[in-house]
Design a protein around this ligand. Structure first.
Ligand code: ADA
Length: 587
């Protein structure tokens, strides 16, 4: 247990690539065109760093969306060189999201493997000499049923191989150095925060938190003050602080410098998001969460979404009158959260999952990977004020003992990172639910007259009454079960439509039907006495399973067509309907 705790702290500190730019730690961007070869059908285990390159491949990027490799399954082999102007006592290779399984080599020596799809990962290199070095990687995108895999073939989102948001090298200059500073909110009324210094031994990346006893701390470029740290932590108030909220996304900067240990900077926000009395509270005021689920993908680049494509999506989401986005169904990138900090959106982030079953949730490796991802996600996003909710395992079998047990572990793991964020998961199990005892709020996914109560959408009246009746019934189940204190929200609702397809009486799959459907479900959510938030399924049409998966008939062209915008972000009628309901005066 002690070793697991030590490795976990090391790893957790390791992946904190976040909004900390370190004057001490220097970063070298390794994005660009890498040597490449594709071993069709081959696994990670068969990969070697000295492969014969037959092509080049951009990083970041998803290789299975590139002609010649489109939708092929196997292992992509990558290699590139870099040159160091001077030797360093230690470094880490940072991978900002990858799929689906990865192995890394530096100068022919294996430095790490991972199955943590989408996670922000770092791998120790040890001391590096001046001169040329070679980094090689293998990325396996094969799909197969195995209970110890994080990405399952039936997930309703496309499986893709590649580096999603880039690779960088973090060069440590000093034998013991401050790598990052985490800023935890302690009191939004007084702007009180706690700083945690992530201090590291260069040689092996282990934590040396208590090495720094005193440091110069300055906020927003003000004159520094001398602060004493205990075990790498110290509490203080941010001078002239301004609260962060979607309406006023004020951000602050802190710089920490310690003689002989380097210096770091971080961007953060002062805010508090809590649950209680049946409501969500932001900075002491009740807040209704109105937003969308968003897959971090686009048609051409898959999960290798660019800053501009993310910003465009966020503008479209804000343009709906939304204050909230759920990162369905995997951890968001650091870049995405930074943009949400800037634009002002509350973010529900979650660990990867989708309708996971007891066989997976009782598999020791699956459990360990989920817990590791939970710690990484929670800790690596502490400095992002937009990230207000930590969640996990969308629609897992929460009526099972295995589900209840894993959920309890995940809730504890996410709480243990002391982020101050409420924790829960999106359920679709209602009455027989077993796993919501420890969560801070309830979120249920419901699709009346679409996934359930088939045949009740025949008239406008029957659709409206069925949708409203079912939502009320399910909300009541949870209110009766968990009492008045736990807020209840709708984690997903929606239906499918084809962009540009219309029908005067709203035939299913027409834009009119989808707009009518969401007008009913979102209007219900806004008017209901218990419901404290709604996340529409989904922001835009997205790539889903390809020639396979659990329901090939309802995924035309391999896409999930429930978007308010189509896959090219063209607006559907449903977006107009939702915008009308999300306008500020609505609730
Ligand atoms: C589920 C699931 C979503 C998507 C949706 C749908 O509730 O959580 O990921 O699959 O249904 O489109 O049916």
């Amino acid at each position: 247990m002690k070793n697991l705790k030590k490795t976990r702290v090391m790893l957790a500190c390791a992946v904190l690539a976040l909004a900390c730019t370190a004057r001490g730690v220097e970063t070298m961007c390794l994005d660009g065109l890498w040597e490449f070869a594709f071993a069709e059908g081959k696994s990670l285990a068969e990969a070697k760093p000295d492969f014969a390159a037959t092509d080049r491949m951009p990083v970041p990027g998803c290789y299975d969306l590139v002609p010649g490799y489109y939708m092929k399954r196997g292992t992509g082999l990558y290699r590139r060189e870099f040159t160091l102007a001077r030797g360093v006592p230690g470094a880490r290779v940072r991978v900002k999201g990858m799929g689906l399984r990865m192995k890394l080599w530096l100068d022919g020596r294996e430095i790490g493997t991972s199955k943590l799809v989408f996670a922000d990962l770092e791998f120790q290199t040890g001391p590096l000499a001046v001169g040329r070095h070679t980094l090689a990687a293998a990325l396996d995108n094969r799909l197969f049923n195995a209970n110890n895999e994080m990405f399952q073939p039936y997930y309703d989102y496309v499986a893709s191989g590649g580096f999603y948001h880039g690779v960088e090298l973090r060069l440590q200059q000093l034998p013991v150095e401050i790598d990052r500073v985490l800023v935890r909110n302690r009191d939004y009324k007084t702007g009180r925060v706690e700083l945690e210094l992530c201090v590291r031994n260069a040689a092996d990346g282990t934590s040396a938190a208590d090495a720094v006893r005193e440091a110069q701390v300055s906020f927003d470029g003000d004159a520094p003050a001398t602060v004493r740290f205990t075990n790498g932590r110290a509490e203080m108030s941010v001078p002239n602080f301004r609260l962060w909220s979607p309406e006023t996304p004020h951000l602050h900067f802190v710089r920490v410098a310690a003689e002989g240990f380097g210096a770091v900077e971080a961007r953060f926000g002062v805010r508090q998001f809590t649950c209680g009395k049946g409501k969500f509270w932001l900075n002491g005021s009740p807040v209704f969460l109105k937003g969308v689920n968003r897959h971090d993908s686009d048609y051409a680049n898959g999960y290798a979404t660019s800053r501009i494509s993310m910003w465009r999506d966020l503008k479209l989401i804000k343009g709906l009158g939304a204050n909230f986005v759920r990162t369905s169904h995997y951890p968001p990138s650091d870049e995405f959260l930074s943009l949400c900090d800037e634009i002002g959106l509350l973010v529900w982030q979650e660990c990867i999952g989708w309708q996971n079953n007891p066989a997976q949730m009782s598999n020791p490796e699956f459990i360990a990977l989920q817990l590791e991802q939970a710690h990484l996600m929670a800790r690596s996003t502490i400095n992002h004020p937009s990230a207000v909710i930590d969640a996990f395992l969308n629609e897992f079998k929460s009526t099972s003992r295995e589900g209840r047990d894993l959920a309890a572990k995940m809730v504890d793991a996410l709480h243990s990172e002391d982020t101050g964020r409420p924790v829960s998961y999106a359920t679709c199990r209602y009455v027989k639910e077993l796993a919501n005892d420890k969560t801070d709020f309830i979120a249920f996914n419901l699709y009346p007259s679409w996934h359930q109560e088939i045949g009740t959408a025949t008239t406008h009246e029957s659709l409206s009454s069925t949708v409203r009746r079912r939502f009320r019934e399910v909300a009541q189940v949870y209110r009766d079960r968990f009492g008045p204190d736990k807020p209840i929200m709708i984690g997903e609702t929606g239906c499918y439509s084809f962009y540009g397809q219309h029908d005067p009486e709203g035939a299913q799959w027409s834009e009119e039907f989808q707009a009518e459907y969401l007008s009913n479900s979102v209007d219900f959510a806004i008017k209901d006495k218990d419901i404290q938030g709604v996340a529409v399924w989904q922001f835009c049409d997205s790539r889903s399973y390809f020639r396979g998966g659990s329901d090939i008939r309802t995924r035309p062209l391999g896409c999930n067509m429930a978007g308010l915008f189509d896959i090219h972000r063209r607006e559907k009628l449903a977006a107009k309907a939702v915008r009308k309901l999300f306008t500020p005066s609505a609730k």
